[in-house]
Design a protein around this ligand. Structure first.
Ligand code: NAP
Length: 453
């Protein structure tokens, strides 16, 4: 019998568990551990609340976690203050780390610390009700926002800033975020790329959605777009980038009416050099200074020495995620990943028996949710090749006692179901449908009702 621990219950962790049980290996048992009492990782705490179709993927992930060979154990900390990777190795034949890329990248420009300047991750955590989210007041006092970066996260936060309460109220957005966004005075949002439109990282479906927002005008500058030779002639572009360019060309050719309440400006060839204080004596951001760039003919850009300031009382940097080292596991600081060979963890260049990685901590923060399927499959194929050797080692019949001894109070599936019930009750009490519980206290209290009932 093979006992596997999967650390992390986001898409990569759950797809790993799915691949393991689908292998048909007799007697396989998989514990999916998560630091949070709730499963689904970025599907719960990253996918924007108005993306209900993507969120419904939770139903597929749920089916895996409800498989009788799989057990969800939330509230289990791996790393400092919890179980070390060495201890986990003693408890399971194999451990697969699917811990994602937990932090955001920084710009490294002056003024980044000003009030009103945030990472997109902080904003996403807030509207997703992540229990670690301590920040608040994002839109308070802001009329103009700048989003730095042109990836899908940038599109998500731009769209969320432009949404009205009528569209957000039916979602599971926490009540405090709904109230704040409903009274937001942000009317102008600039989403800014340092390279050209043909090099933007967003996907076409997400880009198009900006054009479909109620009472919102999408503004592009045909002259700025045309600084990109591949915008002018997109024929050599790969299909995904060509479709993006076509959408932008459509907006350039047929501007949306000017009578809308909000405007989203898509800007390109501007790289951030400084965040400027608002001059009111406080330490609040008032604008972002960008340097105009020009294509260098090799896919990059060069500075031109010309600058432009864009007004913003709210700045969200959305320049990608980054993996963080897990104490006791090797780490490649350059890529923010764990070194591996087809998913097998490498310690000092040599395979570490029984230790694996999948998802963003394996390949870096790229790709959509579905990209994690083949990624997990590759890792599981390696693990199954090693299984005969791995099962020779004796491990405890049930590691639960050891997890408790290490200070964890695992939240099992019944605990998570109790959280789901509490979120449905909260929603009903607010005249909404399911509304997420936004803090540790309420999550833990809800999970505990399963223990006492
Ligand atoms: P991303 O796709 O890597 O985009 C990062 C953006 O930041 C790029 O435009 C990049 O420009 C820019 N950037 C990086 N460093 C910068 C700097 N110093 N100054 C200015 N701009 C800078 O990252 P992401 O948006 O965080 O998304 C992460 C992954 O999640 C992606 O694979 C994405 O598709 C996925 N995701 C998908 C969805 C969805 O499917 N709906 C939603 C959210 C996220 P350069 O290209 O010039 O480096």
């Amino acid at each position: 019998m093979l006992h596997v621990a999967v650390v992390g219950s986001g898409p990569s962790g759950v797809y790993t568990a799915q691949s393991l049980v689908q292998s048909g290996l007799p007697g396989i048992r998989v514990d999916v551990l998560d630091r949070l009492p709730c499963p689904y990782g970025l599907v719960r705490y990253g996918v924007a609340p108005d993306h209900e179709k993507i969120k419904s993927l939770q139903n597929n992930l749920r089916a895996v976690l409800e498989d009788e060979r799989v057990r969800f154990l939330g509230g289990v900390q791996v790393g400092p203050g919890g179980l070390s990777p060495a201890r986990l190795r003693e408890l399971y034949h194999a451990v697969v780390y699917c811990v994602g890329a937990a932090t955001d990248r920084r710009l490294g420009v002056p003024g980044e610390e000003l009030r009103g300047s945030w990472s997109a991750t902080e904003f996403v955590s807030w509207y997703s009700a992540h229990p670690d989210s301590a920040a608040d007041g994002f839109v308070l006092g802001a009329r103009s926002a700048v989003v730095i970066g042109v990836g899908n996260v940038a599109v998500d936060v731009t769209r969320m800033l432009a949404r009205g309460s009528a569209e957000l109220s039916p979602t599971d957005i926490p009540q405090a975020a709904l109230t704040a966004l409903a009274s937001s005075k942000v009317t102008d949002i600039s989403m800014v790329g340092r390279r050209g439109p043909s090099q933007a990282r967003f996907t076409t479906k997400e880009l198009r959605e900006l054009g479909a927002l109620p009472d919102t005008e999408v503004v592009v500058d045909p002259e700025e777009l045309a600084l990109d030779p591949e915008y002018v002639d997109p024929s050599a572009l790969p299909a995904a980038q060509r479709r993006n360019v076509e959408v932008l060309r459509g907006w350039a050719a047929t501007p949306t009416p000017r009578d809308r309440a909000r405007r989203i400006r898509l800007r390109f060839f501007l790289r951030p050099v400084e965040l400027l204080a608002d001059g009111g004596g406080g330490e609040r951001v008032g604008a972002v200074r960008f340097e105009r760039t020009a294509p260098d003919g090799r896919g990059g850009v060069t500075g031109t020495g010309r600058y432009e300031d864009i007004e913003a009382q709210l700045v969200l940097r959305s320049v990608g995620y980054r993996g963080v080292p897990l104490e006791g596991l090797p780490f490649d600081p350059e890529h923010g990943t764990v070194p591996h060979l087809a998913g097998r963890v490498l310690r000092d260049g040599a395979i570490a028996p029984g230790e694996y990685v999948a998802g963003w901590i394996k390949r870096g923060p790229t790709g959509v949710i579905g990209t994690n399927r083949p990624c997990a499959k590759e890792t599981v194929t390696s693990l199954l090749e090693d299984a005969r050797e791995l099962v020779r080692r004796e491990v405890p019949e049930d590691p639960l006692a050891a997890l408790r001894a290490a200070g964890s109070a695992p939240v099992e599936w019944a605990g998570w179901q109790a959280i789901e019930r509490a979120e449905a009750e909260l929603g009903a009490s607010l005249g909404r449908s399911v509304v997420k519980l936004p803090d540790w206290t309420s999550l833990v209290a809800a999970a505990q009702t399963a223990r006492t009932s």
